[in-house]
Design a binder for this molecule. Structure first.
Ligand code: HEC
Ligand code: HEC
Length: 220
């Protein structure tokens, strides 16, 4: 107990010393923001208990993995997350890595998790190497083929249960489009299968880049 008190006091002193030395030379706004971020409590204190297992892969901030092997779920539409989890629970969507976790959720837990994830703040998009020309092509292809369901800026649509796509990782968008094209998720992707008929996935590369860069995101 004594050791704890001493350690806590020492830590406090270090934090104070850092603050004082920074205050002495004057902080830029960017430095101040960086420090505030480091000192902010990590994790999400109000995460529902059922999210505890999920966080080991999806992380507390819901940001998943930038390589797209795990999608970002923070800021995804509540209705979309609920629909995805109910489909996983019922077995309509089969994702081997997710099945053991999603199958045991009860409806109340699904609703709590969907509320939590949809309200988490955005984390930064991955910097994009897309040229301005690619972005312009992406934006116009998107407007032509996708905006009617996924929203003018990729923000998604509750009534259609269409996911928010803006700011999603390119690796994930690519993989999901390939899955639709090869019917890997069967009926769970029926709507998208219709969309991609006659629209080769490879032609959608600029759309993926435009969406992943998140520049079109206007949050609802
Ligand atoms: C062992 C790691 C792991 C754990 C634990 C885990 N997930 Fe996932 N989750 C993944 C991966 C990987 C994917 C992407 C699967 C894919 O697209 O093939 C995923 C996808 C998802 C999706 C999108 C599903 C879809 O239909 O596109 C949701 C929603 C989700 N997870 C929520 C959760 C929730 C809620 C929990 C906790 C109950 C959880 N996950 C636990 C790894 C995990
Ligand atoms: C007719 C309506 C409609 C159109 C048009 C449409 N989508 Fe979709 N899209 C959906 C629905 C509904 C889903 C299912 C979301 C889910 O599985 O939770 C979806 C899912 C997706 C997904 C998987 C996202 C995820 O969360 O797993 C991607 C990627 C996607 N669409 C990209 C596109 C692109 C790119 C276009 C334009 C070429 C497009 N969509 C056009 C309705 C549409």
């Amino acid at each position: 107990m004594r050791l704890l008190v001493i350690t806590a006091a020492a830590l406090l002193l270090v934090v104070l010393a850092v603050k004082i030395s920074l205050a002495a030379r004057g902080l830029t706004a960017a430095e101040a923001a960086e420090i505030a971020a480091v000192l902010a409590p990590t994790g999400a204190p109000d995460a529902p208990p059922a999210y505890a297992h999920c966080a080991s892969c999806h992380l507390h901030d819901g940001s998943g993995r930038p390589d797209g092997s795990i999608p970002r779920l923070n800021g995804q539409r509540r209705t979309v997350i609920e629909n995805k989890l109910f489909r996983l629970r019922s077995g309509m969507t089969r994702l081997p890595v997710m099945d053991p976790f999603a199958r045991t959720l009860d409806p109340h837990e699904i609703i709590e998790i969907a509320n939590y994830l949809s309200e988490l703040p955005d984390t930064p998009s991955v910097p994009s190497n897309a040229t301005d020309e690619e972005r312009a092509t992406g934006a116009s292809l998107y407007a032509e083929h996708c905006a009617s369901c996924h929203g003018a800026h990729g923000e998604g649509n509750d009534g259609l249960l269409a996911s928010r796509l803006c700011g999603q990782y390119a690796g994930y968008l690519d993989r999901r489009l390939q899955e639709v094209a090869t019917k890997a998720r069967g009926d769970a992707d029926a709507v998208m299968q219709g969309v991609l008929e006659g629209l080769p996935v490879d032609d959608l590369e600029p759309v993926v880049k435009w969406l992943a860069a998140g520049r079109g995101c206007v949050l609802p």
